[in-house]
Ligand binder design. Structure first.
Ligand SMILES: *Cc1c(COP(=O)(O)O)cnc(C)c1O
Length: 224
């Protein structure tokens, strides 16, 4: 199957309110252009140093929205703010506050998702649920950030039932946060190639798909 055919098939499973984000780490410029030709406008990268040269080569495609989905290192926060429309992987209070300060300095209001470990996972970054609840008052103070939603990545090895339950728990957490804070979350960034159908079932609004669009990557570990 060609990339275009794979995309067509995936799109049949995606309701119109769900944003398909093509994850382009380790993907060639030609393949990215092919996805663009097929109508994809949202692209995600997890490493700044890999993203910058690609963005430079694709700068004529002005209507691309770039999403950052990797772990945010403090010393790269400024560049990431400058080069991405969305940051899905804000995973602790300190980095949120740093982004808030930098965004104020640059007079920009970036779109942010808070990365939450909905299930315990030593191999992932993100807030534990209880920590996130405790940090809400300080996150409310980060007024330069458009805190739009939650992002989650599940641990490996779960059954479909467990995956669905974990995504549903993320939806419940979103509601809880909206009820008990001044934040107004509307986005759920959850679902990857292996579990996006379950994520959509649980209320995902943004799915992040790599392998299923572009094929297998080299297995460089980059979760943590
Ligand atoms: C790599 C990556 C994806 C895409 O994973 P696939 O299984 O290839 O679809 C999604 N989200 C994050 C955070 C990633 O690092």
């Amino acid at each position: 199957m060609t990339l275009v055919q794979r995309l067509d098939q995936i799109r049949q499973n995606i309701p119109p309110h769900v944003r398909l984000i093509a994850v382009t780490k380790q993907v060639s410029i030609d393949a990215i252009k092919e996805a663009y030709q097929a109508g994809v406008r949202d692209f995600a990268e997890s490493r700044l140093q890999e993203a910058l040269p690609k963005q430079a080569q694709l700068q004529d495609l002005r209507d691309i929205s770039w999403h950052f989905i990797g772990h945010l290192q403090a010393n790269k926060a400024k560049k990431i703010l400058e080069h991405f429309h969305w940051i899905h992987s804000v995973d602790n209070l300190k980095i949120a506050q740093r982004l808030n300060r930098l965004a104020a300095e640059e007079s920009i209001d970036p779109n942010i998702c808070l990365q939450v470990k909905i299930l315990p996972d030593p191999n992932k970054y993100g807030w534990q649920v209880s920590e996130l609840i405790a940090d809400l008052p300080q996150l409310e103070q980060c007024q330069q950030l458009k805190i739009q939603g939650l992002m989650t990545i599940l641990p490996l090895g779960l059954s479909d039932k467990e995956i669905l339950a974990a995504f549903q728990q993320t939806k419940v957490l979103e509601t809880q946060i909206n009820n008990q804070s001044t934040l107004s979350l509307n986005e759920l960034s959850m679902g990857m190639s292996g579990d996006y159908l379950l994520a959509i079932q649980a209320g995902a609004t943004m799915i992040r798909l790599g392998t299923i669009i572009f094929g297998e990557r080299n297995s460089i570990v980059d979760s943590k």
